[in-house]
Design a binder for this molecule. Sequence first.
Ligand code: ZN
Length: 311
Amino acid sequence: MRNKFLSILVSVVAVLLIVSGCSKKNTGENNSNTGNKKIHIVTTTTMLKDLIENIGGDKIEVEGLMGEGVDPHLYKPTASDVEKLKKADVIIYQGLHLEGKMESIFSELKDKKIINASDGISKDKIKLEENGTPDPHIWFDIDIWKEVGDNIQNKLSEFYTDNKDAFKSNYDSYKKELDNLDKYVKMRAEELSKEQRALVTAHDAFSYFANRYGFDVLAIQGVSTEAEATTSDIENLAKEITDRKIKAIFVESSVPEKTIKSLQEAVKSKGHEITIGGELYSDSLGDKANNSETYIKTVKANIDTIVNALK
Ligand SMILES: [Zn+2]
């Protein structure tokens, strides 16, 4: 009895060994996905992580180095991040100098499979700042974000030819969701008049968004930098807010309360009122607790916050 069991066990093990031997032979070589092992991708921002998951589906696992609320411009990789990057099958970063403090690491790792996600965007779509450097905040223009996805899909398909069809079908269906999202943002924006479509904000993350959906960005001069806003900055902004009857401004906790107070007072002295219109997600996605943990939910939350405050 016991011997019989042992001999069955031995033959089962033998069969398993043969099977696994075969499957190893069938894959390998041309850089394809090996058996059931998922492609391990390490990326930087929450926006990219979400996009890559929607392209790779069950063929990949994605690790994002930056969590919610992390500033990608200032993010310095830790020693354990560097280890993660070295162990990754593929590294995907956004580029356009968004990850300013990580660029030297990416160039050190250039022998790995590494994708600069913004590489394929048509040049005429990239906005340049006054000093000639590209504005990296491309993710809130859904049309440009789709190009970023196309680029990632193409590069991943070159690396893993066996998964080409899966990547294409995953991303084709996600792009339909992105098209619907784009329609939603346009529809909500159109609830506002041209005059009402003004984003008074201290953050520089919204110029692509503004461009696509017909908003003007009115910056609170000096507030987003270390410099203090001057009286004339505040006076000019107060005048424009009053002339356009703008109801709300969007600021983050980093903006000094003093500046907000003096802006509100300057507006009030012209016979108009402004409120703080709630927080917008800028350089990272939101989280589960606020029902904004995906790109689609974050974009919806932003346009809803904007339109509800300005209407
Ligand atoms: Zn930013």
